[in-house]
Design a binder for this molecule. Structure first.
Ligand SMILES: NC(=O)c1ccc[n+]([C@@H]2O[C@H](COP(=O)([O-])OP(=O)(O)OC[C@H]3O[C@@H](n4cnc5c(N)ncnc54)[C@H](OP(=O)(O)O)[C@@H]3O)[C@@H](O)[C@H]2O)c1
Length: 330
């Protein structure tokens, strides 16, 4: 492996831009290639980020000898094929959340990575923030006693665009896969388990996807998580973790926190603030590069079993809603 880890990016949309900016602050990372559906878009992205190699499609990028690891930044239904194309070309892969459309696709991606003995990880960037690591440490140190309840809201109002990836079922739209996954990730981080019981409700809008949804998860011993997600209704992006002896609040952007509020036992509330490396996407990229340098094919902090758990939970929720995507039939 070269001194610098050489990245390729598939897709040139919103998150591809942010991730490229995130890579820009890492001295040991180099963005060497980009692929797009069109030559024009690849050229435009490449000139913006000074990327030497431009490709049409992930299968072409997969053959690029100047690339060690590929970041998949396409809409949800393209994740499986873009990921497997790159794995088949011998590349390590970091694929955006949600990992795929359903558990079947996730298992196909994982099987491919295992057969090729290559690194694969879901880009659930939340796991790598110092604020989240601190929350985990506080919980495991018993600072708030036994966790009994998690509340999390990730509800936004996106621009009305039935053709765009957020509302279009053909592009895997809907609140659960887009933002609800962050609520599920927070509950999974804290409880370390999938819910035993799920009660949920959604409003399926005129485009055929969930515009908003509410979920109540039940865990062993009666612990719960109450989670809401939306793409046409905005709330504060806040979360709280309540224990038998205190609580931790994540009052702002809980999925990428820059501060938390802790109340432990009889002590006063305490605010803890966190620095941020780059735009926050740098943390997950750093961890991927550490894994590659250490020869690890799975990230211990974000293992594939966790991605399976996210998707299995979302499949169960969708089943309650009767929300079926065209890709589920394949
Ligand atoms: N981790 C995070 O914070 C975060 C934030 C936002 C989104 N995401 C995830 O990142 C992925 C992409 O989201 P985004 O917001 O970047 O979407 P976007 O702005 O629509 O960009 C997606 C890109 O994918 C490519 N693409 C390939 N096939 C496409 C198709 N049939 N229709 C539209 N675009 C297609 C396009 O690039 P070319 O035209 O160059 O082919 C497009 O620019 C999603 O899975 C989303 O869940 C993650």
């Amino acid at each position: 492996m070269a001194n610098k880890i050489r990245w390729g990016i598939v897709g040139t949309g919103g998150i591809a831009h942010k991730f490229a900016q995130g890579l820009g602050v890492l001295e040991d990372a180099e963005l060497t290639a980009v692929s797009s559906r069109t030559k024009e878009s690849a050229e435009k992205f490449a000139s913006e980020f000074n990327v030497p190699n431009r490709h049409i499609g992930s299968d072409e990028l997969a053959c690029d000898k100047d690339v060690d690891v590929v970041y998949i930044a396409t809409p949800n239904p393209m994740h499986k094929d873009d990921t497997t194309n790159c794995l088949m070309g011998g590349k390590a892969v970091l694929c955006e959340k949600p990992f795929a459309m359903n558990s079947k696709e996730v298992m196909q991606m994982i099987t491919c990575a295992k057969e090729k003995n290559l690194f694969l990880m879901e880009a659930m960037w939340t796991y790598f923030f110092p604020g989240i690591k601190k929350v985990c440490q506080l919980v495991s140190d018993g600072a708030i006693g036994e966790v009994r309840l998690i509340q999390a809201n990730f509800c936004l109002r996106s621009k009305w665009n039935p053709q765009g990836r957020v509302l279009n079922p053909q592009l895997g739209g809907g609140a659960l896969l887009d933002v609800g996954i962050y609520n599920i990730a927070l509950a999974q981080i804290i409880y370390g388990a999938e819910p035993e019981r799920i009660s949920s409700m959604a409003h399926i809008g005129e485009t055929g996807v969930d515009e908003q949804g509410s979920m109540i998860f039940g865990y062993k011993g009666g612990a719960m998580a109450v989670l809401t997600c939306a793409v046409q209704t905005e709330t504060a992006f806040e979360a709280a973790i309540y224990g038998t002896d205190g609580y931790i609040k994540l009052p702002h952007m809980f999925f990428q926190p820059d501060r938390i509020i802790v109340k432990s036992g009889q002590q006063q509330e305490k605010e803890i603030k966190f620095e941020r490396l780059g735009n926050g996407y740098s943390y997950e990229a750093q961890e991927v590069m550490r894994c590659l340098r250490d020869g690890e094919v799975e990230c211990p902090a974000m293992p594939l079993e966790t991605s399976i758990a996210f998707m299995r939970t979302m499949d169960r929720v969708r089943q309650q809603w009767g929300l079926v995507y065209p890709m589920d039939a394949v």
